[in-house]
Design a binder for this molecule. Structure first.
Ligand code: C5P
Length: 299
C-alpha cells in the first residue's frame, strides 16, 4: 500500500459489535461499539494549489462536490487555519478513487474526510492536534473522530469517546448486498432497541482473550431494523451465517464474518452468489497515515 501525504489510503471500518444504550435530548443515540479498521480502502490524492481553493477533481456519482464530506471538512480546516494564522490556506486539489460503497456501514465517507483532515493539516502546516481535528470533524460525521484516532477502539458517546483496545488479528469476509442504507432511517425507526445494558471495555477484552473473536462479542442493535427494511441485508446475513457468526456493520448494508485464515476467506468469497459483491479483508492495527506520521508531535 503506497502511503505518502500526497497519496493516502482511507481505510474502512467494521463495527465488531454496536449497542444502542440510550438517546440524547438532541436525538443522537448513545452507543457502545468496537471499531476495527480493515485493509479495504478508498485512495485519496492531494496536490497543493496556490489560489486558496479547495477543489475535488474527480466526479463521485451521487455526491455533488458541495456535499462531499471531504470538501466540507477541508473548508472547516481552512476556516480554522485563517483564524489561527491570520491568512488563507494555499488551497488543495483532492482526487478520490472510490472503492468503498456508500450506505454500506463501512464508514467510507467519514474515513475520506478524516484522512483528508489529517493530510491537509500536514500539507498546510495548520498545526492542529489530533483532538482538535476530531472536534472539527465530529459535527460532520459521528465516525470521523474514530478514523482520526486511527486504531482499534472501544467507542462510546455518539462516537467521540474512544479508548484503544486490542482487536482480533483475523481475516474477514465482507458482503455488499447491493443496497444503500440511509443511516437516519435506521436510527429513527420506532422498533430500534435503545436500551441495551451497558458493557465495559474489559467485558470485550475478556471475551477476546478467551479466543472467542470468531464468535463475536455482543450484537449489532441496528441490524434488526435494517434486515426488516432491506431484505437483501437479511439474505446476506442468512447466507454468510453458514460460515460463522455473520453480522452487519454500522447501520448496514454490509455484512461480515470473521474467518480463521486468508485461504478460508478466499474459499468463502469464491462461493458468494454472483448477485452480491464480496471481498476478503484483514484487520488493520493502525490507520496507514497515522503510521507514517507516528513520530511527529501532531497528526
Ligand atoms: O453523524 P452521522 O453521519 O454518522 O449520522 C447520520 C445520522 O444518524 C444522524 O443524523 C442521526 O440521525 C443518526 N445518528 C444517531 N446517533 C449516532 C450517530 C448517528 O442518531 N450516534
Amino acid at each position: 500500500m503506497t502511503v505518502s501525504l500526497h497519496h493516502c489510503p482511507a481505510p474502512a471500518k467494521l463495527n465488531l459489535f454496536l449497542h444502542v444504550i440510550g438517546r440524547r435530548p438532541d436525538g443522537y443515540h448513545l452507543l457502545q461499539s468496537v471499531f476495527q479498521l480493515i485493509d479495504r480502502c478508498d485512495m485519496l490524492h492531494f496536490d497543493l494549489r496556490a489560489d486558496g481553493r479547495i477543489v475535488r477533481t474527480t466526479d463521485v456519482p451521487g455526491v455533488p462536490e458541495e456535499q462531499d464530506l471531504i470538501v466540507r471538512a477541508l473548508r472547516l480546516l481552512a476556516d480554522e487555519f485563517q483564524r489561527r494564522h491570520g491568512r488563507a490556506v494555499p488551497g488543495i486539489d483532492v482526487a478520490v478513487d472510490k472503492i468503498l460503497p456508500m450506505g454500506g456501514g463501512l464508514g467510507g465517507g467519514s474515513s475520506d474526510a478524516a484522512t483528508a483532515l489529517m493530510a491537509a493539516n500536514q500539507l498546510w502546516q495548520a498545526g492542529l492536534s489530533a483532538d482538535e481535528l476530531m472536534a472539527l470533524g465530529l459535527p460532520l460525521g459521528a465516525d470521523i473522530p474514530f478514523f482520526i484516532f486511527g486504531q482499534t477502539a472501544f467507542v462510546e458517546g455518539v462516537g467521540e469517546a474512544m479508548q484503544p483496545v486490542a482487536g482480533p488479528d483475523c481475516w474477514y469476509v465482507v458482503i455488499e448486498p447491493g443496497v444503500s442504507v440511509p443511516t437516519p432511517a435506521i436510527f429513527g425507526a420506532v422498533d430500534l432497541t435503545r436500551d441495551t445494558k451497558p458493557v465495559t471495555i474489559s467485558d470485550f477484552s475478556r471475551d477476546q482473550s478467551a479466543q472467542n473473536e470468531l464468535g463475536g462479542f455482543g450484537k449489532n442493535d441496528l441490524q434488526a431494523v435494517a434486515v426488516r427494511l432491506f431484505p437483501p441485508v437479511a439474505q446476506a446475513v442468512e447466507w454468510l451465517g453458514s460460515y460463522g457468526q455473520a453480522r452487519m456493520t454500522g447501520s448496514g448494508a454490509c455484512v461480515f464474518c470473521a474467518v480463521s485464515s486468508e485461504s478460508k476467506a478466499d474459499e468463502v468469497v469464491a462461493q458468494v452468489p454472483a448477485a452480491w459483491k464480496a471481498w476478503k479483508a484483514k484487520a488493520l492495527a493502525r490507520h496507514p497515515l497515522k503510521s507514517l506520521l507516528q513520530n511527529r508531535a501532531v497528526v
